[in-house]
Structure formats: C-alpha cells, structure tokens
Design a protein. Structure first.
Length: 116
C-alpha cells in the first residue's frame, strides 16, 4: 500500500505543469541540506574539545544533550503551529477504494518527513 502511495506521489510530481522548476528547486535544496549536514558534522567533531576547554567541570555530552532537547522541542512546536496539512494531495484519493485511515496515516507521514 505504501508503494502505491509513493508511486502516486511520483506521478503527481512528474506530471505537474512546473516540473522543471520544481525539480531544480528540489535539487538546490538538497545541495543546501547536504552542505548543512557536512557543516554540522564538522561542528559536532570540533564541539567536544571546545566545550571541554570552556567548561572543564561539566560533561560536554550533557551540555549538548540539553541543547538538542530544547531544539527538538522548539522544532516540534514550530511545525505544529506553522505547517499546513497536505490535504490537497489526499483529496483525489478519497474516491479510490482505500480505507480513510490509510489516507490520514499517509498525511501524517508526509508531515513527518518534510524538511523545509
């Protein structure tokens, strides 16, 4: 069932009127995401010695975990309040004989994996 939804999403993406523009934007966004992944990797490697030097009495691992906890909490709150549900992609599926529970789970899965 998941593969059928993925296939339908791919068809919707490739058959859109502005496919080239959308594809170009997604490629640029992917490159930007790759850049940030590399930068955060280097930051993660260099952060431990820097925190050890700045805060010698505290464990750097605990300092970073506190920051990550609050960052994830704020990210979830921002997503909850500002992200719209992808209802337009679910509307055409309402005529297909698929359970409504599958539609709603598809909608929530799409929200979980949206990066931008």
């Amino acid at each position: 069932m998941i593969f059928q939804f993925i296939k339908l999403e791919w068809k919707q993406f490739t058959r859109s009127a502005n496919f080239g523009k959308s594809l170009g934007i997604k490629i640029v966004m992917g490159l930007i995401a790759l850049y940030f992944i590399v930068m955060f990797l280097f930051l993660g490697i260099g952060l431990y010695p820097a925190l050890k030097k700045l805060f010698p009495e505290q464990d750097p691992f605990l300092i970073v975990n506190k920051a990550i906890f609050f960052w994830v909490l704020m990210d979830l709150l921002i997503r909850f309040f500002f992200q719209k549900l992808p209802v337009l992609s679910v509307k055409p599926l309402l005529t297909v004989p698929i359970a409504k529970k599958k539609h709603s789970s598809l909608c929530f899965r799409q929200i979980a994996f949206i990066l931008f």
